[in-house]
Write a protein that binds this ligand. Structure first.
Ligand code: EPU
Length: 357
């Protein structure tokens, strides 16, 4: 479609895949009840343009919904919900040093990991089985088993929610940090609420090298006697490790890790170790120390505890689950009680990882 044709369609609400009073329970992995007054399915980048140019929705606040896997819904959403469903995965370019892959924001993340591996473009295997969509991956810089998605992102294409213009941002300007990026903040030049991610390009390095070193992968290596695993073996190991201790959102509602692992100074850490010598912690390259929030919550005795339908998962205390008919308010009450108790014992204020709405 050329630029002119897009513009002619822009103001036609008939062209928008608009739905009213949509039940969001199936669209958030926690399975929390809430309603979107207006929801537009975004199936191509031009759909964002159509929303922006729309006489009624153009200026209304927007809320971008990916796979809903990092979201705690405590109320109905009055903003126009843009449900990202842009499909597509392709090899853009094969360079000497990398395969460049592009995927649409609506592609389920794990589908991309499996597809790249099947096509012979390894490099994402450590991130297998992470719930959510491709478009959400850069927002919180998803990470697991020694790899963060920032290590594989080449650029992110966004559409401005005021001008409707598309821009490709190189990874270097995305301000990636631990579960953090420019897309997560609205202040200090952040892009949250100002633009929407439509496509992500990945650079998967050639030659492929395994990312090992994470304790549980080391354990798999010694159990199997495999010292030089293939990408497929790492993929299978990661899937097995995750399935053993993380609840499948299709079976039991959850949003993955509920809190970030806090970073503290060496001095703070010495103080905490003084109180509890067994606290699990990791030295970071910049001198800070990352504490295992799951360990601290577990040490405070939270595993299996519940507030209404919201509970702390029995096998991994960092994960809160929906045991049935949980409401967002119950999840928030449980989370606050956990924060209080961890603060009381360790003097550390845990920060939620998902967006609380
Ligand atoms: N631990 C306990 N009890 C618990 C939970 C954990 O003692 O109930 C201990 C574990 O034994 C381990 C340490 O705490 O020694 C860390 O636990 P684990 O290796 O399971 O990892 P995590 O820190 O809980 C982080 C990520 C996960 C990611 C894994 C693997 C965050 C907030 N979470 O979890 O990411 O899959 O490492 O790399 O960084 C997510 O972000 O949603 C997520 C699942």
């Amino acid at each position: 479609m050329d630029e002119k044709a897009v513009n002619q369609d822009d103001v036609s609400s008939a062209k928008l895949a608009l739905e009213l009073d949509v039940n969001l329970k199936p669209f958030n992995t926690f399975g929390l009840p809430a309603t979107a007054r207006r929801l537009v399915r975004i199936r191509e980048a031009a759909d964002v343009r159509r929303v922006v140019d729309h006489p009624e929705f153009g200026r209304a606040p927007k809320f971008v919904l990916g796979g809903g896997s990092n979201l705690v819904l405590t109320k109905d959403i009055e903003a126009v919900v843009l449900k990202m469903e842009i499909p597509g995965m392709r090899l853009v370019e094969e360079r000497d040093d990398a395969w460049i892959i592009e995927a649409g924001a609506g592609v389920p993340w794990h589908d991309l990991v499996a597809w790249t591996l099947n096509q012979g473009y390894p490099g994402l295997e450590n991130l297998a089985l992470i719930p959510g969509t491709v478009g959400a991956a850069p927002v919180q810089n998803i990470g697991a088993y020694g790899l963060e998605v920032q290590d594989r992102i080449e650029s992110v294409e966004v559409v401005d929610l005021v001008t409707g213009r598309a821009v490709r941002l190189p990874a270097s300007v995305c301000k990636f940090g631990y579960r953090d990026s420019v897309f997560k903040h609205s202040d200090f030049g952040g892009l949250a609420g100002k633009s929407v991610i439509t496509y992500v390009r990945f650079a998967l390095p050639k030659p492929w090298r395994p990312v090992l070193g994470y304790l549980e992968l080391e354990r798999k290596m010694s159990e199997t006697g495999i010292t030089a695993p293939t990408a497929r073996q790492i993929f299978d190991w990661v899937c097995a490790i995750r399935r053993a201790k993380l609840p499948d959102p299709a079976v039991i509602g959850n949003a993955g890790s509920f809190f970030k692992n806090p970073l503290v100074t060496a001095e703070q850490c010495r103080d905490i170790i003084g109180r509890d010598p067994s606290v699990v912690h990791y030295q970071m390259p910049d001198g800070q120390i990352k504490l295992a929030a799951g360990w601290m919550i577990d040490a405070c005795g939270w595993k299996g505890k519940a507030v209404g339908g919201a509970a702390v998962y029995e096998r991994q205390a960092l994960v809160l689950v929906n045991r049935g008919e949980a409401r967002g308010a119950e999840v928030v009450t449980l989370a606050r009680a956990i924060q209080e108790s961890v603060y009381g014992r360790f003097g550390i204020r845990l920060e939620p990882e998902p967006v609380l709405l």
